[in-house]
Design a protein around this ligand. Structure first.
Ligand code: EPZ
Length: 416
């Protein structure tokens, strides 16, 4: 377990270049095997979850070259089985199932891993693939799927909005015979990016970004070059870094239109926001933030991935505010750690009541999930004294060069 020493309080101000989106790059890498021709991907963030997704591709036989860009040669895939030691590292490993079934008619993978933020079932992925004609059995933590002939288009209504299941069905249906309609689809920007990527290879997907996606099956995809969108959650995390520290920050290489709801909430806290085509400036100089209620919900609502950093902002803001988490059942695991630092919070069912305090103090804390760990690192930056954060390399799963970028804007962090 790595340990970080964070010395505060610091003012976090300056410029940050935002990386490519983790949650778009992961599915894009995995669904790339739907094509058998060369693919070149730009703006891929080189973080741990991405490297684990690359290990899945290498296990299948995909040839990969990383050189700022990522080059994929997916022509020769000899294996359709992924063992537990690889799948357990990331939730995203489930996204290889649909493309394998669509291209080869067979797949055997172990259950996906990922942060322990809730039950994280896979029933909707299985339901969708079954509707497309796959035969799926689950036994001893293994998911085995087969298809007689090819997948067949279907009308699929999801009983719950799921980013993961929407991607599974959309990608598998790309090579199915006939048309597929997904109703009650998730409309996160990452889904639009996956659809745009597949369309750039010759897929026929319309409606991504709405609750109804239509996929006209095609017989094959060609190769191509594609640039991944920027990471809206990384952008939001750095905006909050400035918001909690009376800072003034410019995040560039970002896409402000993907953060509309978060920006609206930040303005309610008192932040001054300016935006350009590809940058966002948040200025909190001489402003004490005001606690602001949030309720997480599927896009275009408040993103669950921003809940942990925003809760921290509320915990050091004026007044009492309520944060309600509606997507995952166990996404407050950072709260007991923040309480060790003097935060005043009460968890009631799926809400946290935040009683703002003026100053956090240093403490010995532990990072337990990705977004919670971002919130704890930021808390360390504004707490008085030396905070010792255990398991501090958890952040490298989902943020590219997080510590380096934070140091550049004024954080004092030593990693051991
Ligand atoms: C994706 O997870 C993201 N992960 C998550 O980001 C993000 O929090 C989440 O979408 C919501 O935006 C990646 O992109 C790798 P879901 P995913 O399917 O696909 C339930 C981060 O920190 N559900 O939309 O797993 C599920 O339990 C990560 O970057 C079922 O019941 O999320 C949850 O309660 C964490 N059955 C809800 O739906 C299913 O088959 C939404 O999950 C699938 C999901």
């Amino acid at each position: 377990m790595k340990i970080s020493h964070i010395t505060g309080p610091t003012n976090l101000s300056g410029e940050v270049k935002i990386s490519g989106s983790k949650n778009a790059a992961l599915p894009i890498l995995l669904v790339s095997i739907l094509s058998q021709e060369p693919i070149e991907l730009h703006n891929i963030p080189l973080l741990r979850d991405i490297l684990n997704a690359i290990k899945i591709l290498i296990k299948l036989g995909v040839k990969i070259e990383i050189n700022k860009r990522i080059y994929l040669d997916t022509k020769k895939i000899e294996i359709c089985t992924i063992p537990k030691k690889i799948t357990k590292t990331i939730r995203a490993s489930i996204w290889i199932l649909g493309p394998l079934l669509a291209r080869f008619g067979y797949a055997k993978i172990s259950f996906p891993g990922g942060c322990k933020i809730g039950h994280r079932k896979i029933d909707l992925h299985i339901f969708g693939l079954t509707q497309l004609g796959a035969n799926i059995t689950i036994c001893d933590n293994h998911i085995t799927g087969s298809v007689i002939g090819k997948l067949k288009g279907a009308n699929i209504k999801l009983s719950k909005i799921s980013v993961g299941a929407t991607i599974t069905i959309m990608s598998a249906a790309t090579l199915a015979i006939g048309n597929t309609i997904i109703l009650n689809a998730a409309c996160e920007p990452e889904i639009v990016d996956v659809a745009n990527f597949l369309n750039s290879l010759g897929a026929k997907i319309t409606g991504a970004g709405s609750r109804k996606i239509i996929i006209q099956g095609v017989t094959k995809l060609h190769g191509g070059t594609y640039k991944i969108i920027s990471d809206r959650i990384e952008t939001g995390t750095f905006l909050i870094a400035a918001a909690i520290s009376n800072g003034n920050i410019i995040c560039y290489n970002t896409q402000p239109e993907m953060l509309t709801y978060l920006l609206k909430k930040l303005i309610q806290t008192g932040a001054k926001i300016n935006i350009g085509n590809d940058w966002i400036n948040l200025n909190m100089t001489n402003i004490n933030p005001t606690g602001t209620d949030i309720i997480t919900s599927p896009y275009p609502g408040f993103p669950t991935d921003m809940q942990a950093p925003f809760t921290l902002l509320n915990l050091i803001s004026n007044g009492i505010s309520i944060v309600t988490e509606t997507i995952f059942e166990n996404r407050f695991i950072h709260i007991p750690e923040l309480k060790k630092m003097g935060a005043k919070a009460i968890i009631k069912n799926n809400s946290v009541i935040c009683y703002g305090v003026k100053q956090l103090n240093s403490a010995k804390i532990i990072a337990l999930d990705l977004r919670g760990s971002a919130s704890l690192i930021l808390a360390g930056c504004i707490a008085d004294g030396d905070t010792i954060l255990k398991n501090s390399d958890l952040i490298t799963r989902g943020y590219e060069n997080f510590y380096k970028k934070l140091r550049k804007i004024g954080a004092k962090i030593k990693n051991k």
